[in-house]
Ligand binder design. Structure first.
Ligand code: SAM
Length: 265
């Protein structure tokens, strides 16, 4: 039995996998949607919404099934492990005592980051208590909280903020808003490492199945711009087809001042 902040005790075995009526409705409403078809590769549903989806009693169906997650995501994102390693590697040069992770899932990213920063305290959020229950077995010391990316971020200052394959669930405005809130949590000289599926320049590089509804990737250029607008110095450090890792450093001045300075240029 795992205990997760925001939910209390949870029996992971209680989760069930099934295609939900709500999701079927989403499919019916979007099969010819231009914005969806521009990026998807033929399948309308991703691992989030088929084998890996959990039907919750509260009616909120867009959740992964932790039992099938790793197998399915590795099938759908062939460079999944390389992406995870690249995210962790991008954190290596930062002295990290406090780490915030956004979209922890089953803890694949957390474990790699903590391997490099064994003394760090990791605070992680995810909207899925079921995923966090699995993560808590792997990264037992982490402070895991059921919370959405759209919610206020955990209080305090962090040396590192990391996120893998989660931020693409927000639309463009949601990402830009999140990046400002991330910048406000970073200490001067701190770092945000974002690994995610992106809209590649060349449509032939679309590999990951995207539904355009739950998955809303953005172009790298847009994300670098939104990070800069948040007062962070952003740079792409790894890219493979429709995956990328962006490092965004907090300059040595408070982010609100950095944003003003950029605005005044
Ligand atoms: C593809 S998984 C990635 C998990 C992990 N970072 C990894 O790389 O394996 C996406 C995770 O983001 C979470 N998620 C999706 N939308 C979210 C939101 N709006 N707020 C918080 N978590 C969200 C899901 O519950 C899921 O655990």
């Amino acid at each position: 039995m795992a205990h997760i902040a925001g939910l209390g005790a949870l029996d992971v075995g209680d989760t069930t996998t099934m295609r939900s009526r709500a999701n079927a409705a989403a499919i019916a409403n979007h099969p010819t949607d231009e914005s969806a078809s521009r990026t998807h590769t033929g399948r309308l549903l991703t691992s989030c919404q088929t084998a890996s989806m959990v039907n919750r009693p509260d009616g909120d169906q867009f959740h992964f099934d932790p039992a099938t997650y790793l197998e399915t995501i590795r099938e759908e994102v062939p460079a999944y492990d390389e992406l995870q390693d690249a995210v962790a590697e991008a954190t290596a040069s930062i002295r990290a005592e406090r780490v915030l992770e956004l979209g922890v899932g089953t803890g694949q990213t957390s474990r790699r980051v903590l391997d490099l920063h064994p003394e760090a305290e990791l605070v992680g959020i995810d909207e899925s208590a079921e995923m966090l229950a699995v993560a808590s077995a792997d990264v037992a010391a982490a402070d895991l909280r059921v919370s959405r990316l759209q919610d206020p971020l955990p209080e305090g200052t962090f040396d590192l903020v990391v996120s893998a394959l989660a931020v693409h669930h927000l639309d463009g405005a949601g990402k830009a808003d999140l990046f400002v809130r991330v910048a406000d949590r970073l200490r001067p000289g701190g770092r945000f490492v974002l690994g995610d599926v992106v809209v590649p320049d060349d449509p032939a590089d679309v590999v990951t199945p995207i539904d355009g509804v739950y998955d809303q990737p953005s172009a790298i250029g847009d994300q670098v711009r939104w990070l800069a607008a948040a007062g962070l110095d952003a740079e792409v450090v790894w890219a493979r087809r429709d995956l990328a890792v962006i490092v965004a450093d907090a300059v040595l001045m408070p982010p609100a001042l950095a944003r003003t300075a950029k605005h005044d240029r």
